[in-house]
Design a binder for this molecule. Structure first.
Ligand code: PGA
Length: 255
């Protein structure tokens, strides 16, 4: 299964900074063969990023979007506004959206349905908090989040689905999950998706790990077959180190 390494820049980079990053990254992209690479800038940098990526195989994603198509929703961004710039992927239910901005499972479900309907590939983020992990609830939490987002959907409407397993306690802390724990969570996610949506969707599903991934530890994750890539925050902000991370992933996964 092709690895997908995604940069989640969060609230970093002006349009000019994003363009300069992409100009540097694409100089090295010949070395990324076999890996799908995605950058997810802030909305205001989408146009500049899209222009800088023209002619490149590096893809463009968004960090969030509205479940509505248009209307009186101050501050929201509709799917077609993203697609206008060539956005093909959208991160949904990131833990910062869930925990800082109060997005609940019901909101994430509506966004996911909208993304599928509008042919954007959802990167559905799931993950347990430290307290839930300490109480031994990781599996139950991941299953609940997946069921809330996916149960009842028609498998034939899902052309592509990516799940990002991102333990909340590992995001931005420098304390990544162990590769074995990430692989266990990824296997569980795949099993739940298969149960809900059938084996065909399960077979094409890609599961990323996210949470303090860097060039030094990425190899441990992607060398285990349940993990099909990474969602990278802090270590995706510098073009050279992000390129090094992609190459380390490629080498470890043997692609
Ligand atoms: P991090 O963020 O790599 O900085 O931990 C990952 C994410 O939030 O997607």
């Amino acid at each position: 299964m092709k690895l997908i390494i995604a940069a989640n820049w969060k609230m970093h980079k002006t349009a000019a900074e994003a363009a300069s990053f992409c100009n540097q990254l694409t100089l090295q992209e010949k070395k990324f063969t076999g890996v799908e690479v995605l950058v997810c800038p802030p909305f205001t940098a989408l146009a500049a990023t899209a222009a800088a990526l023209e002619g490149s195989a590096v893809k463009l994603g968004a960090q969030n979007m509205s479940w509505e198509v248009k209307g009186a929703y101050t501050g929201e961004i509709a799917p077609q506004m993203l697609k206008e710039f060539g956005v093909g992927h959208v991160i949904l239910g990131h833990s910062e959206r869930r925990h800082i901005f109060g997005e609940d499972d019901a909101a994430i479900r509506k966004k996911l349905e909208r993304a599928l309907h509008d042919e954007l590939v959802p990167i559905l983020c799931i993950g347990e908090t430290e307290e839930q992990r300490n109480r031994g609830e990781t599996g139950a939490v991941l299953e609940r989040q997946l069921r809330a987002a996916l149960e009842g959907l028609e498998p034939e409407n899902i052309k592509e689905l990516i799940v990002a397993y991102e333990p909340v306690w590992a995001i931005g802390t420098g304390q990544a999950a162990s590769p074995d724990d990430a692989a266990d969570a990824a296997s569980l996610a795949r099993a739940v998706v298969e149960k809900i949506l059938g084996s065909e969707t399960g077979a094409t599903l890609r599961v990323q790990y996210g949470g303090s991934v860097n060039a030094d530890n990425i190899g441990g994750f992607v060398s285990l077959s349940p993990v099909n890539g990474a969602l990278v925050g802090g270590a995706s902000l510098q073009a050279d180190s992000f390129a090094a991370l992609i190459m380390a992933a490629r080498e470890a996964a043997g692609c």
